[in-house]
Design a binder for this molecule. Structure first.
Ligand SMILES: Cc1cc2nc3c(=O)[nH]c(=O)nc-3n(C[C@H](O)[C@H](O)[C@H](O)COP(=O)(O)OP(=O)(O)OC[C@H]3O[C@@H](n4cnc5c(N)ncnc54)[C@H](O)[C@@H]3O)c2cc1C
Length: 512
């Protein structure tokens, strides 16, 4: 073997040895190797280890163009759900301080927010989660490698460390769980050099100051929402519509609320240049949609939130026969999360057509491990996945948007029950409740199965989570009517819905 390998690089020698061992013995180093230690990858690897299997997980964070990097746990923990929700909470507290005065608290004015204090606390919490994930992997006997993984063949994984050292692993099954990263525009001079993305925002030590958020995805609106909430001058630049893919009536309520909350919106325009001035400020130039003349403004920070891209190029997937969706670059998967190569699977954001949400990645990962190593045949149910947009006025939904319900069933087959309501906590605080709204999109016939439920208001995530259970049980409008409310809550307004859109009656809830 040594003579045979003479003259080859160390990596090629190891690779050849591994292949020979595998071919002679039919044995692999691991039963399962997972590439990507985020929500899906960690859940899958830990579940597989519960079955006594030999499991390894490779996780590696490619620094953002600005150089930001973070620890184990993937997007959710480090640059997604967790820091986002904590910063959203910081903003909600700012509103609560204002409300508190109306409720009798003596709070000396002016109240101001300190970014470094918030950032340090949030970042410390995230670091504690990074540590927790490492400990959990150790406890469950999952081998963790801080390596960037790619495939050599369908059973062989090459891992490369930060310093360039290569490691070869073989596995009977391979799971790709590498997630996505924020996109930057290719054709806007200065965009990559002078801007940041959400990958950087949560790790800033100093306040971003006056910020331009480009994009109208939920990530864009959530970031703009909490930046406004902590008192920063924030503008959102929107090319076409906000919250694409969500119910557009609800999207309108979310942006209307943000507008009255203090977020500025520039509709129907996109930056065509980002320049750094001698002062350090960033001048952004765009074409004014009305006059078609060039317009510009200066900002301290420009944040692009125009979508996320699958980073499958470096994984060598196509070379080993894994089919990718041409436009998205995501892995084409079947109901079992299997790719076009039978022993290679993909879970989480990287799977084509999968909802890009943490609980989806976690559940799909766990179920896959149970099917691979337990006796389970249970498939992931991708229908009626609930979600919430954590904007200043939160928006929770489950099931179909009104547009999608009409598209699938026809306008005449749909009954929409709706209500504008005033959360009790808004009354004493004298807060505007114009955008607090609920609608249940139902089929018109029989017991009226509920196709979609949409809610804007406080604690939308908590409200929507409860009703999402009903969707798994085939909830109908009749079930809503048969449910007793919890008083006084906002959620009880859902089970009180009785005005149809079709009737044209005023959907304003009055009284308690
Ligand atoms: C700002 C923001 C807010 C969000 N808020 C929410 C929310 O409120 N609720 C919600 O449900 N979802 C939210 N999401 C989405 C959620 O974070 C993702 O859906 C989820 O993290 C996807 O999990 P995953 O396992 O597919 O990938 P990830 O969690 O992204 O993990 C992938 C991991 O693989 C690593 N990796 C990539 N390539 C390689 C390689 N070649 N080798 C080794 N490792 C590699 C990555 O560095 C990363 O650590 C948010 C996302 C963002 C960006």
């Amino acid at each position: 073997m040594a003579a045979f390998c003479k003259g080859r690089s160390r990596f090629k020698r190891v690779l050849l040895q591994q292949t020979l061992i595998r071919n002679l013995t039919g044995k692999f180093d691991y039963d399962l190797v997972v590439i990507g230690g985020g929500s899906g990858g960690l859940a899958c690897s830990k579940e597989a280890a519960q079955f006594g299997k030999k499991v390894a997980v490779l996780d590696y964070v490619e620094p953002s163009p600005k150089g930001t990097k973070w620890g184990l746990g993937g997007t959710c923990v480090n640059v997604g759900c967790i820091p986002k929700k904590l910063m959203h909470q910081a903003a909600l507290l700012g509103t609560a301080v204002k409300d508190a005065r109306k409720y009798g608290w003596n709070i000396p004015a002016p109240v101001s927010h300190d970014w470094p204090t918030m950032a340090e606390a949030v970042q410390n919490h995230v670091r504690s989660l990074n540590w927790g994930h490492r400990v959990q992997l150790q406890d469950k006997k999952v081998k963790y490698f801080n390596l960037k993984g790619s495939l050599v063949d369908e059973h062989t994984i090459r891992g490369v460390s930060k310093s360039g050292k290569e490691t070869v692993l073989t596995a009977a099954s391979v799971v790709i769980a590498t997630g996505m990263r924020p996109k930057f525009p290719a054709d806007v001079p200065g965009a990559v050099e002078h801007s940041i993305s959400s990958d950087d925002l949560f790790w800033l030590r100093e306040s971003p100051g006056k910020t331009l958020v480009v994009g109208a995805s939920y990530v864009a609106l959530e970031c703009a929402g909490f930046l406004t909430g902590i008192g920063l001058d924030t503008t959102v630049m929107v090319r076409s519509i906000a919250l694409r893919g969500f119910d557009q009536q609800m999207a309108g309520l979310v942006t209307d609320y943000m507008d009255s909350y203090g977020t500025k919106f520039s509709w129907e325009c996109v930056p065509n240049k980002v320049e750094k001035l001698a002062s350090g400020a960033l001048r952004v130039t765009w074409e004014d949609p009305g006059s078609r003349a060039e317009a510009s403004d200066t900002f301290d920070t420009v944040l692009w939130a125009i979508g996320r891209a699958a980073e499958t190029r470096t994984l060598n997937l196509e070379k080993v026969g894994v089919a990718l969706e041409e436009e998205s670059g995501k892995v084409i998967v079947d109901d079992c999360e299997a790719s076009s190569v039978p022993n290679i699977y993909a879970i989480g954001d990287i799977g084509e057509g999968r909802p890009e949400l943490t609980p989806v990645a976690i559940k799909a990962g766990r179920l896959l491990a149970r099917r691979l190593f337990g006796a389970s045949r249970e498939l992931m149910n991708y229908n009626n996945i609930p979600t919430t947009v954590f904007t200043p006025l939160e928006y929770g939904c489950v099931g179909l948007s009104e547009e999608e319900a009409e598209r699938r069933h026809g306008k005449d087959a749909i009954e929409v029950y709706h209500a504008f309501y005033k959360p009790l906590e808004f009354t004493v605080a004298e807060r505007d409740a114009s955008q607090c709204y609920i609608k249940a999109v139902c089929l018109r016939e029989g017991d009226q199965p509920i196709l979609g439920l949409h809610f804007t208001g406080p604690n939308a995530g908590e409200v929507t989570q409860g009703f999402a259970l009903g969707f798994q049980c085939g909830a109908t409008y009749r079930h809503l009517l048969a449910t007793v409310g919890i008083h006084p809550t906002c959620a009880e307004e859902v089970i009180k819905l009785n005005i149809t859109k079709r009737s044209g009656l005023d959907p304003m809830v009055t009284g308690c």
